[in-house]
Design a protein around this ligand. Structure first.
Ligand SMILES: C[S@@+](CC[C@H](N)C(=O)[O-])C[C@H]1O[C@@H](n2cnc3c(N)ncnc32)[C@H](O)[C@@H]1O
Length: 428
């Protein structure tokens, strides 16, 4: 390999290592990637580091298991940097067939700048053990083992998906491992989706088509770097899933309401679509997180939309003296519908988190029922029934003054980017 290529590869390995190290702390590979790469100007190294760190995020638990079995020692005995180096090295060795000494040589100049290069001796020693690891080859009949070693899903999660999807489980897991298409919502105050599509094609060569679910959306053919272009910064569009957007549009077009409370609103993708679609709608946006509400404010500013009434509040304790025509509860959830975009979530989510989320959702539902005069709308990006159908069934059984108008689940498929569920209820 040429000298400059080794330099580029070493830099990419180093950046990927820092992303992996930060992902361990934040449990969020997207956030870690943004922070580590924000001042990096080498675009090639950035792209390689991004690809490596996403693949590692997907395989997180599998790589850790291989390292522990190979070094015969728990990982928490190593420093966070060494752990990250071993994750990157193991991934590159087993899945990209890179040579151990080559990796060590390439990354050495960058490691030298931050710590003693003796760390690379341990790196090489462990990777030589990893090289002897006998990678299991389970058959598809052994679903849990196959899903773990071949598709990289923790066994408890595959078990939950088996209850939901039965013989289709492996197919769904395979889809969850594919890249999701990017969908853009045109800011209809500034440009139509059709015109935006033409502009993106002409100016940047981005290919896409108008969404079949909502014609204010564009489904792009590839993961183009849309956030880097001036039209994004100028608010001609925002990134939102078209499945989700079409649901907000349906509410606006098929239901009568003059005001809306979006009680878990931040960072405001759904709220801002309400504001775009219905000019005279009074919009109230609340969230428990002040930091996330600031992101909502930024989004409104970029889209040049008039700010909604903003409130920092815990939706389990609402302070209102009046009621709203429609309350949207886009509740905190396990996010299992978004595993395509957040591959690390499968490893950082624990089975016991489901119950915790279900309890918060229940409390939010129970609190908000007194503050709506017409509609109570509930949504999640979870796939689990406990957070969706079962939650709403129980609520309706206990609250006979509400009736279900419509409930829908979108399971991940090649057509739909995310898993999404909603229930529209009316007060009677
Ligand atoms: C699924 S996200 C909402 C996404 C948002 N609706 C959008 O489309 O951009 C859930 C939100 O609920 C907020 N949240 C969590 N617990 C809450 C609570 N007890 N009360 C109000 N908001 C809460 C989180 O801060 C998070 O912003």
């Amino acid at each position: 390999m040429k000298k400059e290529n080794i330099k580029l590869y070493g830099k990419a390995l180093y950046l990927a290592t820092r992303i992996v190290e930060l992902t361990e702390k934040t449990a969020d590979v997207n956030l870690a990637r943004e922070q580590i790469l924000k001042n990096e100007t080498n675009y090639k190294a950035k792209a390689i580091a991004t690809a490596i760190s996403y693949e590692i995020a997907r395989r997180w638990g599998v790589l850790r298991k291989i390292i522990v079995l190979s070094q015969k020692e728990p990982l928490n005995k190593s420093s966070s940097l060494l752990r990250a180096l071993l994750m990157v090295g193991t991934y590159e060795l087993l899945f990209s067939k890179k040579k151990i000494n080559f990796m060590a040589k390439a990354i050495e100049p960058y490691i030298k700048k931050i710590t003693n290069i003796k760390i690379l001796n341990r790196f090489k020693w462990v990777l030589n053990r990893v090289l002897e690891f006998n990678y299991p080859n389970p058959s598809k009949e052994d679903v849990l083992e196959y899903a773990f070693w071949k598709l990289f899903f923790p066994k408890w999660m595959t078990q939950k998906f088996l209850e939901l999807y039965k013989e289709n489980t492996l197919k769904i897991l395979e889809i969850l491992n594919t890249d999701a298409p990017i969908t853009l919502r045109a800011n209809i105050k500034k440009i139509s989706a059709k015109k935006l599509l033409e502009l993106l094609k002409e100016k940047y060569g981005f290919e896409g088509e108008i969404s079949k679910l909502d014609d204010n959306f564009i489904v792009l053919k590839k993961s183009y770097p849309v956030v880097n272009i001036e039209e994004f910064q100028k608010g001609f569009f925002t990134i939102q899933d078209d499945v989700v957007g079409s649901f907000i549009r349906k509410l606006c077009e098929n239901f009568e309401f003059k005001n809306v409370l979006d009680a878990c609103a931040a960072p405001g993708r759904k709220t801002s679509y309400f504001s775009s679609l219905k000019e005279n709608l009074k919009v109230f946006a609340s969230d428990v997180s002040y930091r996330r509400l600031k992101a909502l404010k930024r989004l409104y500013k970029t889209l040049s939309l008039p700010l909604p009434y903003l409130l920092v509040l815990d939706a389990r304790k609402m302070p209102f003296k009046k009621s709203f025509d429609l309350i949207l509860l886009d509740v905190p959830c396990t996010g299992t519908g978004t595993l395509r975009k957040h591959p690390e979530r499968r490893w950082f989510l624990k089975e016991e988190d489901i119950e915790k989320k279900v309890n918060i959702q229940k409390e939010i539902l129970n609190e908000s029922k007194d503050y709506t005069s017409k509609y109570l709308v509930y949504s999640t990006c979870s796939l689990f029934k406990e957070e969706n159908e079962n939650q709403i069934k129980e609520f309706l059984e206990k609250n006979k003054n509400f009736k279900l108008i419509e409930e829908k689940r979108f399971d991940p498929s090649l057509e739909y980017k995310t898993g999404f569920y909603y229930a529209i209820m009316e007060k009677i």
